[in-house]
Design a binder for this molecule. Sequence first.
Ligand SMILES: Cc1cc2nc3c(=O)[nH]c(=O)nc-3n(C[C@H](O)[C@H](O)[C@H](O)COP(=O)(O)OP(=O)(O)OC[C@H]3O[C@@H](n4cnc5c(N)ncnc54)[C@H](O)[C@@H]3O)c2cc1C
Length: 368
Amino acid sequence: MNVELSGRGAGIVTHPPLRAALEAAGAATADLGVISEYRVGLDGQGAEIARFAFPQLVTSWDCLQARLRARVPDACYHLGHALQAFTTDGRRVQARFANGQVAEGDLLVGADGFRSTVRQSLFPQVQPDYAGYVVWRGLVSEADLPAPIRDQLFDHFAFHLPDGDGEVIGYPIAGPGNDLRPGHRRYNFVWYRVAGRDSLRDMLTDETGITHDLSIPPPLIRRDVLDALQADARARLPANLSAMLARAHALFFTPIYDLASPAMTRQNIALLGDAAFLARPHIGAGVTKACEDAVALARCLPGGTDLAGGLRAYDKARHAANHKAWTRSRYMGEYLTPQYQDAAGQAKWAAQHNLHTIMRDTAVMNFA
Ligand SMILES: Cc1cc2nc3c(=O)[nH]c(=O)nc-3n(C[C@H](O)[C@H](O)[C@H](O)COP(=O)(O)OP(=O)(O)OC[C@H]3O[C@@H](n4cnc5c(N)ncnc54)[C@H](O)[C@@H]3O)c2cc1C
């Protein structure tokens, strides 16, 4: 573990396997978040043009982190240990950290996110591949929303497809400290926007002229980039959504990358979560699939007597499942960067990617 994860404000849509994993870890599952009751689609004026019941629990980073962290004894949780490298002879693995510490064991689990040092050592050919768009996120305090907007949208998972400018979604989450009281919650505002490589490079450049690799820490996003987002929102989004964005705090963007590992394991090393497969966020299941990996790994290695066999079982249980999730997420992302050659291709694409299909398939694990 490198740095404490607390304070990440983003909403996390949940699925039944996530709750099962929390239960398996002995973490509390009561009051996990806010239930969005309906999915609603909005037109160019921000008026509702589609609606269906789809109760779905949305939790938050803070809440998940606090509950799982509470299950880990302090003595087993080592902050400030950035893995630099490891060596293995297939039986024993030695990990070296930037702070000079060295740890040795039978198994190394690389759960170190999409920039994974562990994966880069196992599969250096696997690199994040930019998908051609970014996602902006921000949180709006329920109390800051004008009453008409709150009454229309707050309880719902909302969708809007701005003409030629990406995809907007939003959903309610708990307030700070997992506050679930009406009036104290937050709305998670999400806007996917196409950005060519040159634009991305500019967006990743901070005030001092440093261009960051792959992503930029939120506090370093330039003022003019944030101002341009708000100006575009006023020009291109319905008034209710641009008013919401204007009230969002801690706005930040994440470039979307694809990444798929050829295996979940090699020798006595295992990969887990985004370190192994980075799925695009449209499936809203990155945390769930990371938890599924963790549960599967624990189940495949119950006694530690047959490590090689356990790791083979883990790879079998999770590689194909992750690949399906990843493939599905790319399919859904095609809405942002359409690829068709002719009118027939365009018609087919439009039939597969429209407000109805996006409302139906977003954050749904229908790829099992
Ligand atoms: C816009 C967006 C929306 C999303 N929405 C959802 C959603 O609704 N539901 C959902 O389930 N998922 C969602 N996701 C996906 C989800 O955030 C990720 O899939 C999930 O965080 C992956 O967890 P992870 O533990 O594998 O990696 P990470 O969360 O990236 O954690 C990696 C950890 O490894 C540590 N680390 C990194 N390098 C080192 C090192 N060298 N040494 C030591 N430690 C290291 C980091 O500090 C960090 O603690 C979304 C993602 C995005 C971008």
